[in-house]
Design a protein around this ligand. Structure first.
Ligand SMILES: [Zn+2]
Length: 200
């Protein structure tokens, strides 16, 4: 991969800070079911593909449990780092599927080797964008903001191309924040968290 930020610990630290800001917002709003206090109850994670760059905050996904007796329901905030239960970070899933369009068969094999991907991951991720994300409530809400419309089979590359901001790392952060609602099924709502390029 030729993108320097992918091996830069600061980039991953920045993504963590966005996740932390989202989690703070979710926690301060309290349990969406009963209004009870939310207590920290993280999920362990072992992200693959970029070992050595990630610090210990990547060993867990931020999540909460309601403290109220009789409720105790979980609220997992949206994440710009973890795309559901996938073992690769969201940034990998976006970049690899976005660039796959222009790859030769040889380059595709190289990428699979470099990142230690499962060979079937690429086609599974492509299907996820086109069949799962494309019909999600998140995308149905967002897609109207893009004119001309972005077709399902152009995801996520076309979306990455349409977002504003240089460098690519900033556009990736914006894309990850846009798709973050699909990373959880135990919390829904709108977030006020915004990305401040000054902090990158
Ligand atoms: Zn509750």
């Amino acid at each position: 991969m030729c993108h320097a930020f992918l091996t830069d610990a600061r980039f991953y630290r920045f993504l963590f800070q966005i996740d932390q800001a989202i989690a703070d917002e979710v926690q301060s709003a309290g349990c969406p079911h009963c209004g009870g206090a939310l207590h920290v109850s993280c999920y362990p994670r072992k992200p693959r593909g970029i070992a050595g760059v990630l610090d210990e905050c990547y060993e867990y996904r931020l999540s909460f449990c309601c403290a109220q007796q009789g409720c105790r329901r979980r609220s997992t905030p949206p994440s710009v780092r973890f795309l559901g239960r996938k073992v690769f970070l969201g940034v990998m899933v976006v970049l690899v599927t976005a660039m796959e369009h222009g790859l030769t068969a040889k380059r595709r094999r190289q990428l699979i080797d470099e990142l230690g991907l499962y060979p079937q991951s690429l086609s599974r991720w492509r299907r996820w964008w086109r069949q799962t994300f494309a019909v999600s409530r998140c995308w149905r809400t967002e897609q109207g903001n893009f004119m001309p419309p972005i077709q399902a089979d152009e995801l996520p590359g076309a979306l990455l191309g349409r977002l504003s901001g240089q460098p690519l790392a900033l556009r990736l952060c914006r894309l990850l924040l846009l798709v973050a609602p699909v990373t959880t099924t135990s919390w829904s709502g709108s977030l006020r968290v915004a990305i401040d390029p000054q902090n990158m």
